[in-house]
Design a binder for this molecule. Sequence first.
Ligand code: SAH
Length: 240
Amino acid sequence: MEAKVRLFVDQPLGQGQAVALSADQAHYLFAVMRLAKGAMVALFNGRDGEWRAEVAEAGKRGGVLVCDSQTKGLQMPPDLWLLFAPIKKARTDFIVEKAAEMGVRRIVPVQTRHTNSERIRQDRLQAHAVEAAEQCGGTFVPEVADLVALDRLLAGWPADRRILWCDEGMVGARVALEGLEAGPWAILIGPEGGFSDGEAAKLRAMPQVVAVSLGPRILRADTAAVAALALWQSVLGDWQ
Ligand code: SAH
């Protein structure tokens, strides 16, 4: 029997492993999706690949699934982080969802000088990343970090991770990613207000930073994030 539902769980997965469901998961599987005992579900936890599991117990407030066989190994995305300045709620959700679909290891909301939103709901954004992985058949879920100040992040930045800085100051320049080496990378997207002069100067001075143009038009931050991810994935990532 084919599994109709894909579900992210936090527990370990493996041959014969029993997985206890939370009340929310039980509600989703048995009330919303109307699965009954004996039905098959595809499970993944971000670590152990994807497993086919059978409903062994179906209750109102809980249930148990038992893993039967592995259907996919863990597919790690390339070692890419997305750093972005949060914008309006729906657009921030969009950025997290698209990054999880397109393949990143880590999503880091950054507070810049002109960032509009002072706060994010990390748990809500993480839930969006989980949902995106459930939808797109992914076996990995990128971690969404807490909001961090750009200055602080750059002060402790690892020497071996390069930053593809999407610099609106380069609008109209040729989009040039050829010649860049694969390895640990991060893409940096600024807020609606762009980067401040001080931030731009600091970024320009870092040896890890490569400034790039995203073409002849200024893109909104959510569009810029998707465009940069597609570019990076096709030149340096796993779309090649
Ligand atoms: N208000 C700013 C634009 C901000 S656009 C201005 O008018 O200058 C939001 C972010 O998207 C930017 O900080 C940058 O990271 C990215 N971006 C948008 N268009 C871009 C382009 N053509 N080239 C490079 N980066 C771009």
